[in-house]
Design a protein around this ligand. Structure first.
Ligand SMILES: Cc1cc2nc3c(=O)[nH]c(=O)nc-3n(C[C@H](O)[C@H](O)[C@H](O)COP(=O)(O)OP(=O)(O)OC[C@H]3O[C@@H](n4cnc5c(N)ncnc54)[C@H](O)[C@@H]3O)c2cc1C
Length: 487
């Protein structure tokens, strides 16, 4: 097992997708004492024993592409970089089952399956870098969710090293987890690395569909698309995936020199199945979209958008910081959520392009991202209040923000209710009696001093940050690039 004590290398593990200003070090010890790259479950178990003996934290990390601090230490300790555990253990073509180590990326797995005529039903749009362990750990929604569900729906079995060092299996490779007591697999889906380290994953996969076709429709504005989402949810057409972007999103892509349509909003759908069935689905989808005010886009535009599904944040290539907020809302609450989100963006003087997906028949995933100067401490910290306010909008409209991580642990009771949150805390204590497993997240916002910040304090702080941002002069980030485009 490789380890590193190198100062610079350790520093690289002190943040994830969202950069943390170094001033945060006053509260959190984000730099680990050591970076460890295990190759086997037994080595992870050894590290658990070491962490317990030395009373140090142990933090599992995939590719660090999440933005809520889940893989960032709060009290230093050991970061387990799981990307060295990236082997495909077995592809069982006869039983449509694959067993892999958790550090493999979704893209690498998808390509390996493709070579065998198999198909990975769902994956995050960050598939080129995100690991299996990371997406299971966050329990997010993603590409393929509308038709096939999310990671949790295709897991047969997880091998997990518990904080006590015991190695368990949560399911069975060949039989779905029906009956036999509570479903342990789902306990770990979305547990954000606080209950154990996933060291092996067995998934159900599918035969590769005869056809995968992208089709796209433009709308005057994202707010005009709701009737189409509603009609679709009541129809027999079940696209693999539906994703959308608004005018501002495509404008910034064009400003970054990328090929992107000049439309108020575009919905791109991917249809999978036998060719005749996909032909029929496309006709029905055309009908649903155009009767709701949509205009069909040329096939090459749809195909290009589909090929770009993993690269939504290309605006970063211009050197502009783009920090996403992510919420899930019921379709019925979508119009109001969208209006509230846009009002928030205006009030906070941010640039906030909006992208998202239709996560299932009832739910929209909305991901506005704000453009910010990551190197300006006051601006970027104040803009972080946006995530808190966006979460509030989701709760008010019957939905919720996605993920708790370090900063939004105070939302646990809003997700599960007081008793539910207490149960989660009791489960955490039971599974991790020494409190070494990724401490300071989900059930509490921990600090380097071992004390937790009360939820009310965090919420107050985040609201203050949002308030500060409203008092600051208008954010000009991205304006130069846009005006160059308009010329
Ligand atoms: C361009 C882009 C697109 C994105 N698209 C999506 C999307 O479509 N859907 C979505 O849900 N998210 C998306 N994300 C967010 C993020 O990429 C995903 O959550 C991703 O799955 C995280 O994987 P990771 O390997 O980077 O995990 P990390 O960020 O390293 O970790 C995430 C969490 O999982 C835990 N963890 C990691 N590995 C293990 C393990 N082996 N055992 C136990 N716990 C573990 C960590 O402790 C942490 O709490 C996107 C991000 C970007 C930048």
């Amino acid at each position: 097992m490789e380890t590193s004590d190198d100062k610079l290398e350790r520093r690289l593990y002190s943040h994830d997708l969202a950069p943390l200003p170094k001033e945060m070090d006053l509260i959190f010890k984000t730099t680990p004492d050591q970076v460890v790259r295990p190759k086997y479950a037994q080595e992870v178990a050894q590290m658990m024993a070491k962490a317990t003996a030395t009373k140090k934290a142990i933090v599992p990390r995939g590719a660090g592409t999440w933005g809520l601090g889940g893989s960032v230490p709060v009290q230093g300790g050991y970061v387990l970089d799981m990307t060295s555990m990236d082997k495909i253990i077995a592809i069982d073509e006869k039983n449509l089952i694959v067993t892999v180590q958790p550090g493999i990326t979704w893209k690498a797995l998808s390509e390996a399956l493709d070579a065998k005529g198999l198909f990975l039903p769902c994956y995050p749009s960050s598939a080129p870098s995100a690991t299996l362990g990371g997406w299971i750990g966050t329990g997010g929604t993603g590409i393929g969710a509308y038709k096939y569900g999310t990671a949790g729906n295709i897991i047969r079995d997880l091998e997990v090293v518990l904080p006590t060092g015991h190695i368990i299996h949560t399911g069975d490779k060949y039989i779905p987890a029906s009956g036999g007591g509570p479903n342990l697999t789902w306990l770990f889906v979305g547990s954000e690395g606080i209950l154990g380290v996933i060291t092996e994953v067995t998934l159900s996969v599918l035969p590769k569909p005869e056809t995968l076709r992208a089709v796209a429709y433009s709308f005057e504005d994202l707010s005009n698309a709701t009737p189409a989402f509603r009609k679709l949810s009541r129809s027999d057409v079940v696209p693999m995936h539906l994703m959308f972007g608004d005018r501002a999103h495509f404008e910034y892509l064009r400003a970054a020199g990328k090929h992107a349509p000049d439309v108020g909003c575009m919905i791109t759908c991917a249809l999978t199945g036998a060719k005749d069935k996909v032909d029929l689905d496309e006709k029905m989808l055309d009908d649903i979209m155009t009767s709701s005010g949509g205009v069909k886009m040329p096939a090459d535009v749809a195909e290009h958008e589909w090929s770009e599904r993993s690269y939504e944040f290309r605006v970063r290539e211009m050197g502009i910081g783009a920090i996403p907020g992510e919420i899930l809302v019921p379709i019925e609450g979508f119009d109001k959520t969208l209006a509230d989100t846009r009002a928030l963006v205006r009030k906070m003087k941010l640039k906030g392009p909006i992208i998202g997906t239709v996560a299932d028949r009832n739910t929209i995933m909305l991901m506005p991202y704000y453009l910010t100067d990551e190197h300006n401490f006051f601006r970027s910290t104040a803009a972080m209040g946006f995530g808190k306010k966006l979460g509030d909008i989701a709760f008010e409209n019957g939905g919720r923000p996605v993920g708790l991580g370090l900063f939004f642990a105070g939302n646990l009771a809003r997700y599960r209710g007081k008793e539910g949150a207490d149960l989660v805390r009791r489960i955490k204590t039971l599974v991790d009696p020494e409190g070494v497993m990724n401490p300071g997240k989900v059930v509490e916002t921990g600090t380097r001093f071992g004390i937790s910040l009360p939820a009310a304090f965090m919420n107050f702080g985040m609201n203050m940050m949002a308030g500060m941002k409203r008092l600051m002069p208008r954010d000009k980030v991205g304006e130069k690039e846009l005006s160059r485009l308009r010329k």
